[in-house]
Design a protein around this ligand. Structure first.
Ligand code: KIV
Ligand code: ZN
Length: 524
């Protein structure tokens, strides 16, 4: 058997999981989460047992500040962190946003690489150290828990990193983060960098890694950082984030879990929550998970070849190094049929972990379940999950009552749509480039709202020709970016539901106001 890579006292082996899905993950191009969606993800992260939730970048907009405050007010368990550049306005905004948290943290950062200091900040290294010290001191005047990051650390001079980190610790930083901002480092390099910095800082300071995936090494680099002394790892669900993304939370957690014989590290994550969180983030962000993605991809536990299937039937361990249940992926279980009643429906939701849904939501979902059961007959666990996660968390000014599409080769598609509106049922007809475009045109005629569709994605929820189709879209309406999802057995219906949801979000004043990239940390 392989020997543990490190032998350390018990609590020395504990890796804190710092989730930045709601901050770095939300910086993925095209992703715009509203407050309710952010809160739902934050609750899911808390249920999973992450140690820290980086809830956003409060200075980015009034909406971002409010989003972080809501999470700080309502989510209990994890530390709630707000990001701030090393300046007064950012730190004050972060402090205000996290003030109601049970365990608040301010995470402040400044770039330390020669290229960032010279070209972006246009500051001499001494001035950068001074700014870092002032920022940490100011953050400490608001909270006891302050994290300091040296942006682009892996392209910085190690001696300068040690100097700025020692100064930040002296000023009161309790966690020091060493980000691989541009995804440039290698496992060997980052392990050595962490070891050197570990030796230069007092033992009470927690070292943190934050790796990006530009060369596909974010997870490997995060694990190597832990071998070098990191005891906090910053990562995101499904690895979403700037450019190629961040290190993927589920891969890191399962690598430590499955190979604890080798690494000897522990996390506090309830692994059975991983799949549910992955699906939630994929659905709300509109970013599908690639089928061959480790842990949470559709194919991650599928055995296609006859030899493999035969082996797995005889003994699962022949081709499986972890079992699907461990990450919350029980087989597609038949849960209900069209004769199932309300009590059975509630129980099925409960068994899937949705214990805390309010009565009006259960009522709404039961109606949708009945419609679906009429069409599909048998409802599987994944169908129910899709229904729950696409549920109406937006005030329903408009609801889809019905539609009819005429479409075919060499003809212009025409859609007839009926919506229930505050003025009663209203119909409209529209032409389009395709059936979905025609349906969108008709819906827009009824609502009088015409946002611009930016992205459109479709994926099947379960297998088979009666599978639910799930459509995720993003649309721009003036300054606002909105995302909507819809599920139905009919893909035009799923598409129409997603568009109606976007209409309802516009009416409710929802959507992200941040213009793409304007306040991304890299653009100070
Ligand atoms: O990648 C990065 O450097 C960051 C910092 C703000 C921590 O996201
Ligand atoms: Zn980052």
């Amino acid at each position: 058997m392989t020997q543990p890579a490190q032998t350390q006292p018990a609590d020395q082996n504990r890796i804190r999981i710092f989730d930045t899905t709601l901050r770095d993950g939300e910086q993925s191009p095209g992703v715009a989460l509203n407050h309710a969606q952010k809160l739902e993800i934050a609750h899911s992260l808390a249920r999973m047992g992450v140690d820290v939730i980086e809830a956003g970048f409060p200075i980015a907009s009034a909406g971002d500040l409010e989003g972080v405050s809501r999470i700080a007010r309502e989510v209990r368990g994890p530390i709630i962190a707000g990001l701030a550049r090393a300046n007064k306005a950012d730190i004050e905004a972060a402090a205000k946003a996290v003030e109601a948290a049970e365990k608040p943290r301010i995470h402040t950062f400044i770039a330390t690489s020669p290229i960032h200091m010279a070209k972006k900040l246009q500051l001499e290294p001494d001035a950068v150290v001074e700014r870092a010290v002032q920022a940490v001191k100011m953050a400490r005047s608001f909270v006891d828990d302050v994290e300091f990051s040296a942006e682009d650390a892996t392209r910085s001079e190690t001696a300068f990193l040690i100097r700025i980190f020692q100064a930040a610790v002296e000023a009161g930083a309790t966690t020091i983060n060493i980000p691989d901002t541009v995804g440039y480092t290698t496992p060997e390099e980052i392990r050595a960098l962490f070891s050197e910095i570990r030796a230069a800082l007092p033992a009470h300071v927690i070292l943190s890694s934050h790796c990006h995936d530009d060369l596909g090494m974010a997870v490997a680099n995060s694990i190597a950082a832990a071998e070098g002394g990191a005891r906090q790892i910053e990562c995101t669900i499904n690895g979403i984030g700037e450019r190629a993304g961040n290190a993927s939370l589920e891969e890191i957690v399962m690598a430590f879990h499955t190979r604890r014989d080798h690494y000897g590290f522990e996390t506090g994550i309830r692994t059975r929550e991983l799949y549910r969180a992955s699906r939630l983030v994929s659905r709300l962000s509109g970013m599908p998970v690639q089928p061959n993605k480790a842990i949470v991809g559709d194919n991650a536990f599928a055995h296609e070849s006859g030899i493999h299937q035969d082996g797995v039937i005889k003994a699962r361990e022949t081709y499986e190094i972890m079992n699907a249940e461990l990450v919350g992926r029980e087989a597609a279980v038949l849960v209900m049929g069209k004769h199932s009643g309300r009590a059975a429906f509630r129980k099925a939701l409960h068994d899937l972990g949705y214990e805390d849904l309010p009565d009006d939501k259960v009522q709404y979902l039961f109606g949708r379940f009945k419609d679906l059961a009429d069409r599909k007959g048998q409802i599987y666990s994944d169908d129910l999950r899709a229904l729950v996660e696409s549920r109406a968390d937006v005030p329903q000014t408009f609801t889809l009552e019905g539609f009819q599409i005429t479409s075919g080769m060499n003809m212009t598609p025409v859609a007839f749509v009926r919506l229930q509106t505050p003025d009663g049922a209203v119909d409209a007809t529209s032409h389009g480039d395709g059936p979905v475009d025609a349906a969108y045109g008709a819906i827009s005629k009824i609502t009088g709202l015409n946002p611009e569709l930016e992205t459109y994605r479709i994926q099947a929820v379960t297998k088979g020709d009666d599978a639910l189709g799930e459509v995720s879209i993003t649309a721009r309406y003036g300054e606002k970016l909105l995302s909507g999802t819809g599920v139905a057995t009919d893909i035009v219906e799923a598409s129409a539901r997603a568009w109606v949801r976007v209409m309802n979000m516009i009416v409710a004043g929802m959507g992200s106001e941040r213009r793409e990239g304007e306040f991304a940390p890299g653009r100070i």
